[in-house]
Ligand binder design. Sequence first.
Ligand code: UT7
Length: 325
Amino acid sequence: MTRYSRITGTGSYLPPRRLTNAALAAELAGKGVETSDEWIVERTGIKARHFAAPEVASSDLGLEAARRAIEAAGLQVTDIDLIIVATSTPDMVFPSVACILQHKLGIAGCPAFDIQAVCSGFVYALTVADAMIKSGAANKALVVGAEVFSRLLDFSDRTTCVLFGDGAGAVVLEVSETAGLLASDLHADGKHTGILCVPGNVSGGQVLGSALLEMDGQAVFKLAVGVLESAARTTLAKAGLHESDIDWLIPHQANLRIMHSTAKKLKLPLEKLIVTVDQHGNTSAASIPLALDTAVRSGKIERGDILMLEGVGGGFTWGAVLLKY
Ligand code: UT7
């Protein structure tokens, strides 16, 4: 039998503390930082974000999303034989969030590791899990995107602190006789490190450099619009499909203007665009599985639909995964 991989369950989780733009603007005003609901909505489409409590880590958010995905797949936790977590906000330097999550799920033994490709992390992780399933290395993979990006934010920088939030999403990817994941296309170009980074590192018991997020928003915007179109087209070509075959476009949820532009370039009506960025802001590696799960649970996405997942972010990294749900 040819081994394919297929998503059999999705789950997601947002921490309870929700800040609307107005609430965030009021908090920032107390620090002398001026912003407004109007500016944030007009430039980004974001209306609210969720922030995790200080004691809550990426593995905790990932745990809730993972449990929901495993339940939706109709599996037991003990059925999982591979765990991959996409994150740039790990609980600790090491071990990986995936290992910590494995223990919190109450299982042991299966391989577990993190993937660090920032906002492209989920499409990277899905591609790796697919390859491991196709090779026979795994049968029932748990693929998670989990982030506490609020920990990296400089709340004196209004150009970045209004954009990001915390959350997690997960899927169970199982071996299948019929194709689920159809094609993927991953890229990176390290020369763009400086346009989106957290340039600190841990050394001698201290953080050297800054542990806060820095971004040249306009440079990221321009690069993102171009690469999202090319990754989508390459992925379609690999699968022998066309733009019109896409039922749902699920891009990284960072900025509604980038998402609209991508849909337009692919000649897709905006009704085919899954949008959740308004409700949780940019949750980096968690954003695609959060949007996917929301659309599945709302009944928008149905079995057999063709989905185009697209990630873009720090690295610079980008990529797409085309799949039959
Ligand atoms: O996950 C990785 C992917 N990251 C992204 O996708 C981010 C991509 N970039 C963006 O989404 C946009 O570039 C931003 C939303 C970050 C910025 O939007 P923009 O339309 O590029 O705005 P801008 O940087 O050109 O700033 C326009 C004005 C400036 O004021 P002046 O110089 O025109 O007087 C900024 O100081 O808006 C001002 N501004 C703000 N005003 C109120 C910047 N941030 C804010 C703010 N509130 N939060």
